[in-house]
Design a protein around this ligand. Structure first.
Ligand code: Q9C
Ligand code: ZN
Length: 343
């Protein structure tokens, strides 16, 4: 399997994450990618290639223009305001404040576009996010060109980013970029299967009113876990998209037997939908050793579920999302990919 990867991910190297009332070193860190590359080399998964530059077209196909303008300028505006720390929101258009649209001041604008407050923006974030979208678009084209599968080693991740919101370590929704690109290239029906520990709220928001993209997510129940305000089993799609969103919230402590049962239900939905292609939002923060998550998957389980996904027989793009047990992230990711290839 070919992997697409950009060294520009290193430009996203924030020093801070707001966690439990402290500023800590971010869980979503550059070394994650180095461990994944090492495992790819060690197992001989296949070549690792740079992306083709696509400009902003693929991101514009799913994100609002004002949001992309904000991402392009937020760091400059933050530093111009005289702030010395990394950019974090402190105020939001909350439930009792009805303003529609970003205010002028950067303090207001950042709260307008942030869906959560943990994710610090630093210089280089926008360039890295654009490179991750290029990685997604380039790997998509490999699958559209007839490959059985490809791996988009995106960093920063994307599945929490909605049309005009960033957060949860995500800025451009790389999986949504890929799914939209498949549609634009003629795939009539595309399924996005999100196996990251966290609900893919951004991907759901982008596709919830559409019948051409089926979104399915297995995740920690939002009653207990981030992103807290989306991901319930009762969210089944909106308007023309009714019936094309499927959530499988699972309790804290879920192990592989219960997780795999939910996966089989999701895979049956993908097959019944008649998908022409599959995008897998691949987060391995379901691992038992993950520092911010509560599922209990073992490394061997990742290979098992890679094989189960392969049995759909669909052209498949894997898009990297979360996973914060840095020492094990490479083995867990590559186990999914080799499990898929060995099926
Ligand atoms: N106490 C992704 O996996 N905060 N994003 C969690 C846990 C945010 C995860 C707090 C987690 C974001 C792509
Ligand atoms: Zn996650």
């Amino acid at each position: 399997m070919r992997t697409i990867h950009s060294e520009k991910h290193r430009l996203r190297a924030p020093q801070t994450e707001l966690s439990g009332g402290r500023l800590v070193r971010p869980f979503e860190c550059p070394e994650r990618v180095e461990h994944i590359l090492a495992s790819i080399a060690q197992t001989g998964l296949g070549p690792v290639e740079p992306p083709v530059a696509h400009g902003l077209g693929p991101a514009r196909a799913i994100h609002a223009p004002d949001y992309l303008d904000f991402l392009a300028t937020v760091w400059e505006r933050w530093t111009a305001a005289g702030y010395e720390g990394e950019a974090l929101p402190t105020v939001w258009p909350s439930r009792r404040m009805g303003r529609k649209g970003a205010p002028k001041a950067i303090d207001g604008a950042i709260g307008w576009y942030a869906l959560a407050g943990e994710t610090a923006i630093c210089g280089g974030t926008w360039e890295a996010a654009q490179a991750a979208a290029d990685v997604a678009a380039t790997a998509t084209d490999i699958v559209l060109g007839g490959a059985r599968a490809a791996f988009a080693l995106c960093r920063p991740p994307g599945h929490h980013a909605a049309q005009d919101m960033y957060g949860g370590y995500c800025f451009i929704n790389n999986a949504a970029v890929a799914a939209q690109r498949m549609r634009d290239a003629g795939a009539a029906r595309v399924a996005v299967l999100d196996v990251d520990f966290h609900h893919g709220n951004g991907t759901q928001a982008i596709f919830e009113d559409r019948a051409d993209v089926l979104f399915l997510s297995l995740h920690g129940d939002p009653a207990h876990e981030f992103p807290h305000f989306l991901g319930g089993a009762d969210e089944t799609g909106v308007g023309a998209g009714e019936g094309f969103t499927a959530n499988y919230p699972l309790p804290p402590g879920t192990g592989y037997a219960a997780w795999a049962e939910a996966l089989e239900a999701a895979l049956a939905r993908v097959a019944a939908f008649g998908a022409d292609a599959l995008v897998v939002s691949l987060g391995v923060d379901t691992f038992k050793g993950d520092p911010i998550s509560s599922f209990r998957l073992e490394s061997a389980d990742f290979a098992d579920y890679g094989a189960r996904i392969a049995r759909l027989g669909l052209p498949t793009l894997f898009v990297m999302e979360g996973g914060y047990a840095v020492a094990e992230i490479g083995v867990n990711v590559v186990n999914v990919l080799t499990g898929f290839e060995g099926a």
